[in-house]
Ligand binder design. Structure first.
Ligand code: ATP
Ligand code: MG
Length: 311
C-alpha cells in the first residue's frame, strides 16, 4: 500500500503544535503548516488516507489563488505539495460558516434545525414546507465561536456582547465570507460542482486588516455535491451525489465504539483506498488539473523542501 504521512518531527523548524490534521511549526512571524494524511472523526484520528494531505494543501492553495482579489490570504509560499508557509495572524475567534442549501444531519445542521421547527436564520426567514436539500433563497451566514474545547452556536449579537469580536470586524467577516462563498459557487459550478456549505477562518495582521487563514473550500471544510443528478434527487427524494466520507465513519460505528474504545481497529484497506481515490477525484474536478503525486519518500522530501526555513 502507498505510504502515508502520519506525523512529522522536524527539529530544525520552530516549536511544533499538533492539530487534528496539520502539524504547525511556529517560525516567529510565519507558520509552517504541514498537512498530513490524518483523518479525524468522532474527535479522534480514525485512519490515514494516502494523498489526503497533499490534496487538501493543493486544493486550498488553488482556492487561495482564485480568491485573493476578494481578501488577502496568509499564503507566503507552497514549498512542498504538503506544506503551506503562512503569515502568522491574530486569530479572529469566529468560525465563519456559510450555508447555501437546506441540508445536513448533525444537531447544528440547518436542515435539522428547520425540520425541528426553526424558521429564522440570521436575516433569513424561511417558509414552511421546504424539502431537504433545496437551495436557500440566499446563502446564510451562520457563524459559531472558535474555542479550544467545543464550538458554540451563539447569535452574532451575543458574540459582540460577550466581547469576542467588535461589531465592525464581525460585519467585515460576514461580508467577506459571503463574497468568498459566491465566488466559490460560481467556480465550483464551472467544474460541475455545487458548493453547498463551508467554513472560513480569519485572522488580523498588525494593522488590523482582515486576512483569510487556515484552509479554503477543501473537501474537509466544505460540502460539495455533483450538479449532475441534483435536480433528479430533489424530485425522487434521494440524496444528491456528494463527496462522501461517511462510509468510513459507518464502518467504525459498526465495528467498535469510536466514542469510548481506547484503541480503534484498523480500517479495511479497500475502504481507505476508496476514500483516497475520492479525495484525488475531488482535487482533479475542482482544479481541473491532473493530480501529480509528490515524490516518495515523503518525510525526507519535505525536510529538503523546508531547509530554507530552518529556525
Ligand atoms: N495564518 C494563520 N495564523 C494563525 N493560525 C493559523 C493560521 N492558519 C491556520 N491557523 C491555525 O492552525 C491550525 C491548523 O491545524 P488543523 O487544521 O489541524 O487544526 P484543527 O485540529 O482543525 O484545529 P481547529 O479545530 O482549531 O481548526 C488551526 O487551529 C488554525 O486555526
Ligand atoms: Mg482545521
Amino acid at each position: 500500500m502507498t505510504q502515508v504521512l502520519k506525523e512529522t518531527n522536524f527539529d530544525f523548524l520552530g516549536k511544533k503544535k499538533v492539530g487534528k490534521v496539520r502539524d504547525i511549526y511556529d517560525a516567529g512571524d510565519k507558520l509552517i503548516l504541514v498537512t498530513t494524511d490524518r483523518h479525524s472523526s468522532f474527535d479522534r484520528i480514525i485512519a490515514h488516507i494516502p494523498w489526503k494531505g497533499q490534496v487538501l494543501n493543493q486544493v486550498s492553495a488553488w482556492w487561495f489563488e482564485q480568491t485573493k482579489d476578494i481578501v488577502p490570504n496568509h499564503v507566503l509560499a507552497i514549498p512542498d505539495p504538503n506544506v503551506t508557509v503562512g503569515k502568522k495572524m491574530k486569530m479572529v475567534p469566529v468560525e465563519a460558516v456559510v450555508r447555501g442549501y437546506l441540508t445536513g444531519v448533525t444537531d447544528t445542521a440547518i436542515w435539522t434545525r428547520y425540520s425541528g421547527g426553526m424558521r429564522e436564520f440570521g436575516d433569513l426567514k424561511l417558509p414552511d414546507g421546504l424539502k431537504k436539500n433545496t437551495k436557500l433563497p440566499q446563502p446564510i451566514f451562520d457563524p459559531t465561536t472558535k474555542e479550544d474545547t467545543h464550538d458554540r452556536a451563539i447569535s452574532t449579537e451575543q458574540m459582540v456582547q460577550e466581547g469576542l469580536i467588535t461589531a465592525e470586524l464581525l460585519a467585515q467577516v460576514k461580508d467577506t465570507a459571503m463574497k468568498l462563498f459566491l465566488r466559490g459557487q460560481v467556480l465550483a459550478a464551472k467544474s460541475g460542482l455545487i458548493l453547498v456549505d463551508t467554513k472560513y477562518e480569519f485572522g488580523t495582521d498588525m494593522e488590523g486588516n482582515l486576512v483569510l487563514i487556515d484552509e479554503i473550500h477543501t473537501p474537509d471544510s466544505s460540502r460539495y455535491w455533483q450538479i449532475e443528478g441534483y435536480e433528479e434527487s430533489l424530485i425522487n427524494g434521494g440524496e444528491p451525489k456528494s463527496f462522501d466520507k461517511e462510509f468510513l465513519r459507518l464502518w467504525f460505528k459498526e465495528h467498535c465504539d469510536p466514542y469510548k474504545d481506547a484503541l480503534l481497529p484498523e480500517a479495511p484497506t479497500e475502504l481507505v483506498e476508496e476514500l483516497s481515490r475520492r479525495y484525488i477525484q475531488m482535487y482533479e474536478q475542482i482544479t481541473g488539473q491532473k493530480f501529480i503525486p509528490g515524490e516518495s519518500p515523503v518525510i525526507p522530501r519535505i525536510e529538503r523542501n523546508l531547509k530554507n526555513y530552518a529556525a
